[in-house]
Design a protein around this ligand. Structure first.
Ligand SMILES: *[C@@H]1O[C@H](CO)[C@@H](O)[C@H](O)[C@H]1NC(C)=O
Ligand SMILES: *[C@@H]1O[C@H](CO)[C@@H](O)[C@H](O)[C@H]1NC(C)=O
Ligand SMILES: *[C@@H]1O[C@H](CO)[C@@H](O)[C@H](O)[C@H]1NC(C)=O
Length: 303
């Protein structure tokens, strides 16, 4: 026995005709117009064009650049406690006896999750620190949706009560965005990849002139959820133990033109396919039942 399979089927084409200025022509034209326009109205008037902004989650790749600047203001105005490796000229008066920085990747994914910075400064007799500034430049990178490389900083300003000389701080590095990011997936944005510390030497250094332009940037980092505990030790030293977490963030970005077009096209198509099927069924029904006037040319009559 030979098995015969149905490989393909084709129906004979029946043509229905009418004059250009007839009700039937107008009716079919209208239906075709609806078929094209309706999916457009449904998808593009809805959330389509409002999708200009979107968000993504990412843990930034943050690296300590190794530079630091500490200025402790003391009860002797002419004797600030300064430690820095940014400004080498302060080195001969550097009061720090120990600087320790540790970057920890707790989940071994190649990104730093936690950063610890410890500083110990020598205090001469009768010198007490009442407030200080600590500046730690960082290299900040995003790799996935919106590749970015920028130079930022961890900046801490503290006023101390009762001349405490041991300070433990824990904080979280957060991102501040003034505008949605503009992303190009194959392009590394380096608009802000210049050093935040712009002064050549310590003589001309001004914290105000570092912080102001930094704060004007569209994209900056800041510390949040900062918790502190103070203590006093009897030694002539000043100690800071600073711990910062680098968690995942939500970033806002501007969705590119082609991505919007692509997404709208998919939405359009999915509505169009269903509508096209429905309208085809409706047309079959209308012509089968002769609900409108037309001339029929059947292929059977031709043969
Ligand atoms: C303040 O510091 C300066 C410079 O080290 C020193 O000459 C001066 O004696 C100090 N003043 C007091 C009141 O300790
Ligand atoms: C950004 O700047 C840092 C430090 O100046 C440099 O090492 C890095 O290569 C720069 N990144 C890009 C993408 O240019
Ligand atoms: C900041 O973002 C706004 C809006 O996207 C843009 O017009 C401006 O040029 C950006 N500024 C810089 C310095 O990139």
């Amino acid at each position: 026995m030979v098995i015969v399979l149905e490989l393909y089927s084709k129906s004979l084409k029946t043509t229905y005709k009418n004059h250009l200025c007839s009700k039937a022509t107008f009716f079919i034209l209208l239906i075709n117009l609806i078929k094209i326009a309706l999916p457009f109205l449904l998808c593009c008037n809805g959330q389509g064009f409002r999708m200009r902004y979107d968000t993504f989650h990412e843990q930034p790749d943050v690296r300590f650049t190794g530079e630091y600047l500490f200025i402790g203001y003391t009860n002797n105005i002419s004797f600030p406690i300064i430690c820095s490796n940014i400004y080498w000229e302060v080195n001969n008066q550097d009061n720090c006896i120990l600087i320790q920085a540790r970057e920890i990747d707790t989940n071994y994914d190649g990104k730093i999750d936690e950063f610890t910075f410890k500083l110990t400064a020598n205090l001469p007799k009768n010198v007490k620190i009442h407030s200080f500034e600590l500046l730690l430049p960082i290299d900040y990178m995003l790799h996935e949706t919106c590749p970015i490389n920028m130079q930022s900083m961890i900046f801490l300003q503290e006023t101390l009560n009762n001349f405490m000389n041991m300070l433990s701080i824990t904080s979280v590095l957060e991102i501040s965005q003034k505008f949605p990011l503009q992303c190009y997936s194959n392009y590394m944005n380096r608009d802000y990849n210049s050093s935040t510390v712009t002064f050549e030497n310590f003589e001309t250094y001004s914290m105000d002139e570092i912080v102001k332009p930094f704060n004007k940037r569209n994209l900056t980092t800041h510390l949040s959820d900062t918790y502190k505990s103070y203590d006093i030790n009897t030694m002539e030293t000043f100690l800071i133990n600073f711990n910062i977490l680098y968690p995942e963030h939500i970033f806002y970005y501007e969705v590119g033109f082609w991505k919007i077009v692509k997404s709208l096209w998919i939405q359009y198509l999915s509505i169009y396919i269903v509508l096209n099927w429905l309208i085809k069924k409706a047309k079959d029904y209308i012509f089968d039942k002769h609900l409108i006037l037309f001339y029929e040319t059947s292929p059977i009559n031709k043969m």
